[in-house]
Ligand binder design. Structure first.
Ligand SMILES: Cc1cc2nc3c(=O)[nH]c(=O)nc-3n(C[C@H](O)[C@H](O)[C@H](O)COP(=O)(O)OP(=O)(O)OC[C@H]3O[C@@H](n4cnc5c(N)ncnc54)[C@H](O)[C@@H]3O)c2cc1C
Length: 261
């Protein structure tokens, strides 16, 4: 089974700061990590390989610094890694990003399974995986917590807020992964030493068969008009009472006045 995992480098924080002038992420001074959902996707890929054989490749689109998360994936046990990097890819929105990634899938593939995280913790759209499936014209299963080989198909456990769904999907398919019980494995010292020596393939504009009008700002129909942190005004009410019973009664009355109960 040929498996590809798309991994994105993200700031190591959930408090994303946006430059109000350029409307882009402020990355200066913030350490970067592999998007946590993508680490779960790498784990799922390695488990699939252990169960069905094959290879695990990883790919990331980003600046040269994104090499570090590719090396992390190699240290976890991935077989090969590729970085898609070119200034002409800069400014891409999710449609352009997923288009460029799908061109890389065609170039590096064919792959049986393409794994993504359910969302990136900075952009947070959750659009790239499903859009890649559309660009490639293949099946997709989102919010998957467990994957098992099922003959020439895959069995996927899909998470809903109130239930799980077990699906059988024909390959090739794009799968987006949530944080399941199968936590990303720790790298070994041997794995890290091997990863540090491994070469990472570079794919620039010349190496990828992309149409120029579909990449970068030109290929990005999304225009960011304004970014802001919503202001939240919270009012604090102290509930007092002599005893716990009085306090509970006062709390119920306060909630009732606020039309909460
Ligand atoms: C108008 C606009 C302009 C933008 N300009 C820039 C810019 O100039 N520079 C910039 O850095 N960002 C820019 N962005 C953000 C960029 O579009 C997103 O980083 C990118 O499209 C991924 O979207 P997301 O973070 O919501 O990913 P999601 O859809 O939430 O990610 C889901 C999964 O897709 C995969 N994935 C997502 N992105 C990548 C990637 N790059 N490589 C590999 N796998 C990936 C991962 O598996 C991830 O878990 C711009 C966005 C918009 C809307």
């Amino acid at each position: 089974m040929k498996i590809l995992v798309c991994v994105k480098q993200v700031p190591d924080t959930t408090e994303i700061k946006i430059d109000p002038v350029t409307n882009t992420l402020i990355r200066t001074g913030v350490p970067s990590i592999m998007n946590p959902f993508d680490a779960y996707a790498v784990e799922q890929a390695l488990r699939l390989k252990e169960a069905a054989g094959g290879t695990v490749s990883v790919v990331s689109m980003g600046p040269p610094q994104a090499m570090s998360i590719l090396t992390d994936a190699l240290a976890m046990g991935a077989d090969e890694a590729h970085l898609i990097t070119d200034r002409r890819f800069g400014g891409s929105d999710t449609l352009a990003t997923s288009y460029i990634l799908s061109c890389a899938v065609r170039q590096l593939g064919p792959f049986d399974v393409i794994l993504c995280g359910k969302q990136a913790i900075d952009g947070d759209t959750g659009q790239v995986g499903p859009e890649m499936a559309e660009h490639l014209g293949i099946a997709q299963v989102t919010y998957v917590s467990q994957l098992r080989p099922d003959g020439d198909r895959l069995e996927a456990v899909r998470e809903h807020p109130d239930r799980q769904e077990i699906l059988s999907v024909a390959l090739p398919a794009v799968i987006t992964v949530v944080k399941g019980e199968e936590r990303p494995r720790f790298e070994t010292i041997r794995g890290r030493l091997k990863a540090n020596r491994q070469e990472i393939g570079i794919l620039d504009r010349e190496a990828l068969p992309v149409e120029d009008e579909k990449i970068g700002l030109t290929g990005s129909p999304t225009k960011v008009k304004r970014t802001f942190t919503p202001e939240r005004h919270a009012e604090c009410v102290w509930v007092e009472g002599e005893s716990a019973k009085d306090q509970a009664k006062a709390l119920c009355q306060a909630l009732s006045r606020a039309h909460v109960i």
